[in-house]
Design a protein around this ligand. Sequence first.
Ligand code: UDP
Length: 398
Amino acid sequence: MADNSQPHFLFITYPMQSHINPALHFAKHLATTTGATVTFSTTIFAHRRMFSSTPNSDKSFNDGLITYLPFSDGFDEEGYKRATMDLMEYFLLFRTNSKRNVSILLNDLVTGGRPVTCVVYTNLLTWVKDIAGEQGIPLVLYWIQAATVFATYYHFFRGCFESLIMLNLLRELFKILDREQEKMKSRVLINTFQEWEIDALASVCNEVEAIPFGHLPKEYTNSVAGYLFGEDEKKYMEWLDTKEEGSVVYISFGSVSVMKKEQMEEIVKALKESKRPYLWVVRKDNREEELLAIEEGEDEMVVEWCSQVKVLSHRAVGCFVTHCGWNSTLESLVCGVPTVGVPHWTDQAINAKLLVRGLELVMGEGEKSVDIRRKAKMLKDKALEAVTAGTNQDCRRF
Ligand code: UDP
């Protein structure tokens, strides 16, 4: 059994930006507010990209707050390659390799006199349950999507639709929660704010202790950002400085979604018609050979990757056209920026339902537009209130 006298939290995250961002914020918050030992672990491939601009990209290290300790998932050099790998095959190999290597990592920490007393893991890493169980270490899921999405899956998997193969991974996760409940109420930390999703949280509260744990993204913009992509060198913040308040359309579809050339053409057309300045993130891995030449000029800027929270916090940004990834959704709400949702897959359609709609509608001067902006501000205030009042981010409840 682990030594419980020295709290040591090990965060294990799936190697995607949307898992790394909230888990890293959470880890930093925990280390700062409780003084506990915190170790952050993702795959070697993601670790290298997170720290590519530092001397630490190829090793574990401590930044004075957190120890970063990567594990191998067997894909250290190239990660998951969408174009050439079968996703299911990748998941199976990822699981086998990661399970073995995280188990070794846990043993090494015991041998090195730093036993882990609690494991925090993000969605999709159901195998963590087995290895923590074998070593008698308590673990807690950090659900990095909306409580509404959690509640939807929760009720779905307890219903009669169990045979859908595509949902295998998530079904497994909810089975784990069911098994836990045989002994006691499952405890899940959810990346949201109490006031935003009262109904969804209430709908699972009889069976699950769902603790809202959203973060305010602005808190950590000056420390390690944990980006898997290199920030564009273009002076996009200075460019924003030259624009009028609330005039710029910011467009980004996150770290995974790929847009087809035709879809980009449609966006270009819509942007031209709107006659508003825009800042558009088109990642390097979304720039195929037959790349669409997107016009750039005084009022148009295209970047490969930016510091999104800084952009959303800039006074010039009036609207965010987003794929509705949960992190982007939270960030737009916390920064009080009205959004136009273009959901692609997984939880994004539900997230879009939680957002407001319509470019002209949100940026115009009509009664409805003013009302939407008022609501965006109200949601931001509620998030701030929740954090200040301690209904969120209360590490003692954890
Ligand atoms: N992001 C960023 N710069 C960019 C594009 C995205 O910092 O140019 C960050 C964004 O702030 C968010 C994360 O990448 O925290 C994307 O996560 P999300 O859940 O929105 O979408 P996913 O990448 O999983 O589709």
